[in-house]
Structure formats: structure tokens, C-alpha cells
Write a protein of this length. Structure first.
Length: 295
């Protein structure tokens, strides 16, 4: 049974994919879902939700619903861009370290441990503050080049196990080059680990980007969920009773995080059968109860 087939049969995965698909479609078709521009002043400051403005307006009179739709584009772009970069670096270095061993493994492991020792969020804050008002692209690059260590550690550990299997030994005896063994023999057996790393990295990138922008380290001229939080904080939205201004991006981040987390849990269950014992125990309990009823 392939990974895709197992995902399609997993309820958590289907719910997570549905949530993620809705967010992506909303971001893509944002111009068709709203008549306003995200930077256009269309109403009074902090106007409450109404038929004209479903989620109210901001302190500057911008439509919150419109900014929510367009903000999803930046947040998703940063999340998937940084997640792809983190996963690529972690997978490549992890496979090379686990398969090559020796000095190569020691050097990569040393770099990995050094990155793991440095607190990630303080490092990001220092880098973002040094750069100034970082654009979404800069934030994605910073996240990508500072958050790959966990992926290397996990991928290396799994590669060390796979390299001892018979099909890898057979490929080596046939004289296949190392790059081909790593690409076509080892990597296909790491798909589940790579999937978990990618989804987790996307979730981490989305939340971290929103955190950096909320702290004022992002570009205020962009429209993202983090900038929405930053603007709402500066406008004292909660103090003046404009709860919709700050709760809207918070709810959006929570929903996207839920969808990504459900997908991650589903992949983890498929990769690690021991995590599925709960369902098996429930089935055994049901069988025992039915058996007791027939006695």
C-alpha cells in the first residue's frame, strides 16, 4: 500500500488536506472573492463587521476580510518556501552524512550540533533586527538557513539504518556510484521522514514569520497575517473594542496550523505503526464486548 493510498484512508490526513486546500484556494482566488484592494481605504476606522464588511475594518479603514485573503498569499509563500529550503538542506546533508560516514559525517554532525545549540528564535530576532524591516523573501531565506539541523539529525539516523539493508549492499557490490545509491536506493525509503520534516517546517515557518512580523521586524508595506497582527497591536484594537481586527489573523493562523498539524500526525502514524495502537485497542475492545454479549 503506497503512502498516498494510506493518506487517503486516514481521517486526520483528509481533514488536514481539506483545510490546507481551502486556504490555498482562498489565497489564489482572492481577487474573485472580494471587490476591494488590501491597501484601499473602504470604510470608517474600526467599523464593526457588517454586510458590507464581513470582518469589519482596520484603524485605517481597510477591509479586514480582504487583507485576510491577500495575507494568506504571503504567509503561505513564506511557509512553503522556507519549508522547502529547510527540508532540502536537511535531507541532502542527512543522507550524505549517514551514507558516507567517516570525516564527512563528523563534519556535518559537528555543524548540526552547533546549529542545534544556538537558540533558534533569539538568533532569528538578532538577524531580523540586524537586517531591519525584513521582506517576506528575506524572512523565508533566514528561516531556511537557520532551521535545518533537526531534519539533518533525523534523516541521518534513518539513513544509518537503511544503508545496512541488503538492497543497498547489493547495489554497492554491483559497483553503482554513491550518488545513485543515495538518490534511488536510500531516498525513496525516506519519503515519510521527508514528508514529516516538510510539513513540520512549513508550520514552523508560518508561525515564526508571524511572530517576527508581530514584533515589528517585518516589512509593514506587505500584507500578511503577521503584519495584520502588528498593525492591530499598534492600533490598540483590543483596547478600543475592535476584537475582529486582531482575532481574525489569530484564527487564520490557528486554522492553518491545525490543518498542517493533522497532516503531520497522519504521516507520523503511517510511518510509525506503533502510534496506531489506539485504534487497534478500540477494535479489540469492541470484539471482546461483543464476545461477552454472546456468552
Amino acid at each position: 500500500m503506497t503512502l498516498l493510498t494510506q493518506l487517503l484512508r486516514n481521517k486526520k490526513a483528509m481533514v488536514g488536506v481539506t483545510i490546507l486546500a481551502i486556504v490555498i484556494l482562498v489565497a489564489i482566488f482572492a481577487p474573485l472573492l472580494t471587490e476591494y484592494s488590501p491597501t484601499q481605504r473602504v470604510g470608517r476606522p474600526h467599523q464593526a463587521p457588517s454586510a458590507d464588511h464581513l470582518l469589519g475594518t482596520t484603524r485605517l479603514g481597510h477591509d479586514v476580510f480582504t487583507r485576510l485573503l491577500y495575507g494568506a498569499r504571503i504567509s503561505l509563500a513564506v511557509g512553503f518556501g522556507a519549508g522547502l529550503l529547510i527540508t532540502l538542506i536537511g535531507t541532502v546533508l542527512g543522507i550524505i552524512a549517514g551514507y558516507k560516514g567517516g570525516v564527512v559525517d563528523e563534519v556535518i554532525t559537528f555543524l548540526t550540533n552547533m546549529v542545534l545549540v544556538i537558540p533558534n528564535l533569539p538568533l532569528l530576532l538578532v538577524l531580523a533586527a540586524f537586517i531591519g524591516q525584513a521582506s517576506p523573501l528575506v524572512i523565508a531565506v533566514i528561516l531556511g538557513f537557520t532551521s535545518w539541523a533537526w531534519g539533518v539529525r533525523v534523516t541521518r539516523s534513518e539513513t544509518l539504518s537503511i544503508r545496512q539493508r541488503d538492497f543497498v549492499k547489493s547495489a554497492e557490490m554491483l559497483g553503482e556510484p554513491g550518488w545513485r545509491i543515495m538518490s534511488f536506493e536510500i531516498f525513496p525509503n525516506l519519503i515519510s521522514i521527508v514528508g514529516i520534516n516538510f510539513i513540520g517546517s512549513v508550520l514552523f515557518a508560518v508561525i515564526t514569520e508571524a511572530t517576527l512580523e508581530f514584533l515589528g521586524l517585518g516589512d509593514p508595506n506587505t500584507v500578511s497575517w503577521g503584519i495584520m497582527l502588528y498593525n492591530a497591536q499598534n492600533a490598540s484594537a483590543l483596547s478600543v473594542g475592535a476584537w475582529w481586527d486582531i482575532l481574525t489573523p489569530c484564527f487564520a493562523l490557528a486554522v492553518l496550523g491545525l490543518g498542517l498539524a493533522l497532516i503531520n500526525f497522519a504521516i507520523d502514524e503511517i510511518a510509525n505503526p506503533r502510534l496506531r495502537t489506539g485504534g487497534m485497542l478500540a477494535r479489540w475492545t469492541g470484539l471482546i464486548r461483543r464476545g461477552e454479549g454472546t456468552l
